[in-house]
Ligand binder design. Structure first.
Ligand code: UD1
Length: 420
C-alpha cells in the first residue's frame, strides 16, 4: 500500500492554483443524467472520486469522455438509462447517492445499495428519502438497499429537519423535472448548492433561491445541453491556507473565491496569521507570526466548515494556549485526534468537544488516514513535526485532493509518495 513520507519542511513559499471543487463536480456530474443532450463540465479536478463517478455514470448507461489534460468531462445521457447503481461502485463513495434524485426524475425509479464513504458518522439518507416521498415517490427500504419509485413526481412543499447538503442536492435534481412548483425550506446554503443550481438552470431548469434558506423550483419537462465551469475548491484552498500558517511560510493561493472562506480567514486571523485577499486570490503570511489558540465550532455554511476542522486542529496543536474545537455536523469526526496524539499533540475529547493544549513542537510518527480531511491534517502536522511522519492509507487523500504531492512539493514541502 502506498504511503506518504513527510519531513519537517522549511516554510512553504510560492503560488498554488486551486482545482475545481470536489463537492461541486460530483453532484453536477450526477445531475448531467437529467440532460437529454451533452453536458461539458470544465475545471474538473483529477480525483479518484471523479473517476468513480465517471464509472458509475457509465454503468447506468451514460457516455463519459474524460479529458483530464484539459480538466474537462463530457457526459451524454441517452433517453433510456438503468435505474440501478452497482454496489461495487456505490460502496466506494458516499456521493454515489447523488444519482438517486436524477434517476428517479428521469426513469421513475431508482435503486441503490446503501452508500459508503468516509467513516465520520452514521450519515443516514432519511432526509433525501423524505424529500422524494413528499414529491410523490414510494420508498422501499431493504436490508442493504433502498428504492424509490413514482409514476410521476409532483412539486411539493418540503421542510428539511437539518440543512443537509446531499439531501438538498438530491431533492433539487428530483424536483427539477417534477410537475409543478416545489418549495424546499431549511436547505443547505453551501456554494456547491449554488453551483449545482446554476448548472441546472443553464440546462433549462427553473430554480431560484439557491444560497438562501429557501429554494423554489418550477418543474420543467426537459433539460438540454450545457457548458459549465465548476467553482474552485474552498476546502483545498483552506488546506493550503493552514499549510502556510503551520510551516510559517507565505503562500499565494490563486483561482479561489475568498468569499467562500470567510470563517477560515477569520479564524486564521484570530490565530495571529496575516491573510490578505482580492476577488480571486488569497495571500497567507505565516512567517512573522506566533500561532495563538482559538476556539472553533463547525456549522453548516456559512459557519466554519466541518471539512476544515481536522486541518485547523493540526494547526492548533502547536498554538500558544488552549483551544476548544466543537464538532456539530458529524458525530464521529475526531478520528484524527488519536493520530495527532501519536505525534505529540495534547488533546482530550469530551463528547463533541476536543480540548487542545498547544505544545512547543510535534514529532514525526507512523500515522494513518482515517478519512479524507483527517489525512490532510496529518500531512500538515507532518510538515511541522520534527523528523519523519509516515502517513498510511493515503487513498483517502487521493479521493479528494488533485495533484496533492505535486502542489505541496512545488511550494517546497518535503513529501514523497512511496510504495510499501
Ligand atoms: C457533504 C460533503 C461533505 C461535507 C458535508 C457537510 C459532498 C460530496 N460531501 O456531505 O464533504 O462534510 O456535506 O458539509 O458534498 N444527515 C442526516 N440525514 C440525512 C442526511 C444527512 O441525518 O438524510 C446528517 C448527517 O448524518 C450529518 C449531517 O446531516 O451528520 C450533515 O450531512 P450532509 O450535509 O448531508 O453531508 P453530505 O451531503 O453527506
Amino acid at each position: 500500500m502506498a504511503k506518504f513520507l513527510v519531513q519537517k519542511s522549511d516554510p512553504l513559499y510560492g503560488e498554488v492554483d486551486i482545482s475545481g471543487a470536489k463537492n461541486a463536480v460530483l453532484p453536477i456530474m450526477a445531475a448531467a443524467l437529467l440532460s437529454s443532450g451533452s453536458c461539458e463540465i470544465m475545471a474538473v479536478p483529477t480525483l479518484r472520486d471523479v473517476t468513480v463517478m465517471c464509472d458509475l455514470l457509465r454503468s447506468i448507461g451514460a457516455t463519459v469522455h474524460e479529458d483530464y489534460e484539459n480538466n474537462k468531462i463530457i457526459i451524454n445521457t441517452p433517453k433510456n438509462v438503468a435505474s440501478e447503481a452497482p454496489s461495487e461502485l456505490v460502496s466506494k463513495m458516499r456521493a454515489s447517492a447523488l444519482v438517486m434524485g436524477p434517476l428517479l426524475a428521469k426513469t421513475g425509479m431508482v435503486r441503490v445499495p446503501l452508500p459508503g464513504g468516509c467513516a465520520i458518522g452514521k450519515r443516514p439518507i432519511d432526509l433525501h428519502l423524505k424529500g422524494f416521498q413528499a414529491l410523490g415517490a414510494e420508498i422501499i427500504e431493504g436490508s442493504d438497499y433502498v428504492e424509490a419509485k413514482a409514476d410521476k413526481l409532483i412539486g411539493a412543499n418540503i421542510y428539511l429537519d437539518f440543512p443537509s447538503v446531499g439531501a438538498t442536492e438530491n431533492i433539487i435534481t428530483a424536483a427539477a423535472l417534477a410537475e409543478g412548483i416545489s418549495v424546499i425550506e431549511n436547505v443547505a446554503k453551501e456554494p456547491e448548492i449554488v453551483d449545482l443550481a446554476n448548472f441546472l438552470n443553464k440546462m433549462g431548469a427553473k430554480i431560484k433561491g439557491a444560497g438562501t434558506d429557501t429554494i423554489k423550483i418550477e418543474g420543467v419537462s426537459e433539460l438540454s445541453d450545457c457548458k459549465h465551469t465548476v467553482i474552485p475548491d474552498r476546502i483545498e484552498t483552506g488546506t493550503f491556507m493552514v499549510a502556510a500558517a503551520i510551516t510559517k511560510g507565505n503562500i499565494l493561493i490563486k483561482n479561489t473565491l475568498p468569499n467562500h472562506l470567510k470563517p477560515v480567514i477569520a479564524k486564521l486571523r484570530e490565530c495571529g496569521v496575516t491573510v490578505e485577499f482580492d476577488e480571486e486570490n488569497i495571500l497567507v503570511k505565516g512567517d512573522m507570526c506566533k500561532i495563538q489558540s482559538t476556539d472553533i465550532k463547525t456549522l453548516p455554511y456559512p459557519g466554519f466548515p466541518t471539512d476544515m476542522q481536522p486541518q485547523f486542529m493540526a494547526l492548533l496543536t502547536i498554538a500558544n494556549g488552549t483551544s476548544i474545537v466543537k464538532e456539530t455536523v458529524f458525530e464521529n469526526r475526531f478520528m484524527h485526534v488519536a493520530e495527532l496524539i501519536k505525534m505529540g499533540a495534547d488533546i482530550k475529547i469530551d463528547g463533541n468537544n476536543s480540548f487542545i493544549e498547544g505544545v512547543s513542537h510535534l514529532k514525526g510518527a507512523k500515522v494513518k488516514c482515517t478519512d479524507l480531511r483527517a489525512g490532510a491534517a496529518l500531512v500538515l502536522a507532518g510538515l511541522a513535526a520534527e523528523g519523519i511522519t509516515e502517513v498510511s492509507e493515503i487513498y483517502h487523500i487521493e479521493r479528494g485532493y488533485s495533484d496533492f504531492v505535486e502542489k505541496f512539493r512545488k511550494l517546497g514541502a518535503d513529501i514523497r509518495k512511496i510504495d510499501d
